[in-house]
Unconditional design. Structure first.
Length: 77
């Protein structure tokens, strides 16, 4: 649904995949505190949990996605 990129300089992008153009598209910054990653986006702040060191998980509603409890992203941090 979404493609999220965390860049080493502390910036990030969240963009919808082609099949979901109506979803969140934002740029912002991010910080990690060891077990969480917090995205500071133009319209909101989103907290993601680091799971098993290779996945991020957060509330789907924080990304404007309804009908799902959570969203997961691959994490290569």
């Amino acid at each position: 649904m979404l493609d999220m990129t965390l860049i080493g300089d502390g910036t990030c992008t969240v963009k919808p995949l082609e099949a979901h153009p109506d979803l969140l598209s934002e740029c912002g910054t991010w910080v990690s505190s060891g077990d969480t990653v917090v995205l500071h986006l133009g319209s909101s702040e989103v907290e993601l949990q680091i799971i098993d060191g290779n996945r991020l998980e957060g509330k789907a509603s924080d990304f404007g996605v309804h009908g799902y409890e959570t969203m997961e992203f691959d994490y290569l941090g």
